[in-house]
Design a protein around this ligand. Structure first.
Ligand code: FAD
Length: 396
């Protein structure tokens, strides 16, 4: 069998891969192929609402076949290795596929090994996460069933996609507990590994105020180091030392890592922690110019998010053909966004550039303040924009 070859081969049919495939086709690219093993596609931002009791998995799931753009050659398989020297990828089913340009967007994966005992805890009814579809409904069962005791929310800053959204289930649950009259019977601890709750000082201030309004104890600079599931305790590292906390409910935004085959193929770089070593401005690989990466797997020097992809996709779609004919490449400015609920009816946006400066989409009104209209936009309108515009390459 001769090795099939495609003008552009995309690895991963998530937010990045599907949006880019559609955008390339719209731009006239004659031959786009995609490797994606899953037969369902998730709009992942709604997972936070599932974990907070405000959405169901049905609301965020579509058959993958419905979102793969017509005209794209789909390999319903998984990439196991990449050889950038011979411009070939290997699939789990044994097939080899050659490429002109390769775009890597397989996302990142939960790193259960980073916190000993965490995976075991996830198998109990007392621990959960919004970060995987198989756990998100359990998170709401656990949180809504809690009427007394201690809830611990732990937000890692190790490559977590859009990490401030890990706070959404906390605020949705706290508002629920207040309405149910049990908030005063609960102790709620928020362990945040990074220094802030969100990427801008204003959003951080708003979110701290909202958390304190629910009586949440905030522990910044605090990371889970291990979990003892039978004992229902977590060992944590704080700026002052290590300590043990008992929990009745443990919610985590867990550490993430890059797929192992990225490093095995030599596609990472010094200090990239196994993630794909692209120029954060052009999204072109630093050593293999026909390799590109975007989304959660790419080292773009800003917080990964779906909102960031709205800016990254047009850059890669422009730069692939531009690089071939020596035209100037476009730059991604590092824009990213985290929409965070502060109750079951209000939400704020933390929008910022790579250097951490606020980069609001519109100057007025201030979208960094909690608003009902933003909650409605994020929960109800944004999913429609995702299915009908972003995944169809209608971003510029
Ligand atoms: C719970 C949660 C809530 C979020 N909320 C928000 C939000 O409110 N706003 C926001 O902007 N962002 C949010 N994000 C972040 C956003 O969803 C991600 O940044 C975005 O999905 C990244 O897209 P991606 O295509 O890089 O990765 P993914 O969406 O993870 O897609 C990767 C795809 O690659 C496939 N794949 C993996 N390995 C292979 C392989 N070996 N071969 C072939 N294919 C492979 C996977 O099956 C998957 O389909 C959230 C994320 C999560 C998890």
């Amino acid at each position: 069998m001769p090795t099939p070859r495609h003008r552009v081969l995309i690895v991963g049919g998530g937010n990045a891969g599907i949006s880019l495939a559609a955008k390339l086709l719209r731009g006239g690219c004659p031959d786009v192929a995609l490797v994606e093993p899953k037969d369902t596609h998730h709009y992942r931002p709604l997972l936070s609402y599932v974990a907070g009791g405000a959405a169901t998995l049905d609301d965020l799931t579509r058959p993958q076949a419905d979102v793969v753009p017509r005209g794209v050659h789909l390999y319903a398989d998984r990439v196991t290795s990449v050889d950038p020297h011979s411009a070939v990828v290997h699939l789990a089913g044994g097939e080899k596929v050659a490429y002109g340009d390769l775009v890597l967007c397989p996302g990142s994966e939960v790193d259960w090994d980073a916190v000993p005992g965490l995976a075991e805890a996830m198998a109990t009814p007392h621990a959960s996460t919004s970060y995987l579809p198989e756990h998100a409904p359990d998170a709401w069962r656990m949180l809504s069933g809690l009427t007394a005791g201690r809830a611990v929310f732990a937000i890692s800053d190790r490559h977590v996609p859009c990490s401030p959204v890990g706070l959404k289930p906390l605020f949705l649950a706290a508002d629920h507990w207040r309405a149910a009259g049990v908030l005063d019977d609960l102790t709620v601890d928020l362990l945040v590994e990074g220094p802030r709750l969100a990427g801008t000082a204003d959003a951080d201030r708003e979110l701290r105020a909202a958390a304190e309004g629910y009586g949440v104890r905030i522990l910044p600079g605090t990371a889970l180091t291990s979990v003892d599931a039978p004992d229902r305790t977590v060992r944590v590292r704080t700026p002052e030392g290590t300590t043990t906390i008992h929990y009745d409910a443990l919610f985590v935004a867990p550490p993430h890592r890059a797929p192992a085959w990225v490093m095995a193929g030599g596609l990472d770089g010094e200090g990239t922690d196994g993630f794909v070593d692209v120029d954060p401005l052009t999204l072109q690989h630093r050593r293999f110019p026909r390799v590109w990466a975007l989304g959660d797997v790419a080292t773009v020097d800003t917080s990964p998010s779906g909102g960031a992809l709205r800016k990254q996709v047009p850059v890669v779609a422009h730069n692939i053909p531009a690089a071939l004919v020596g035209k100037p490449l476009r730059h991604y400015d590092g824009y990213t966004v985290a929409p965070v609920t502060t109750s079951r009816s209000e939400l704020l946006l933390a929008e910022h550039a790579r250097d951490g400066h606020p980069e609001p989409t519109i100057p007025f009104p201030d979208l960094g303040r909690p608003r009902r209209s933003l909650y409605w936009f994020d929960r109800h309108l944004e999913p429609q924009v995702y299915w009908h515009r972003l995944l169809r390459g209608k971003v510029s």
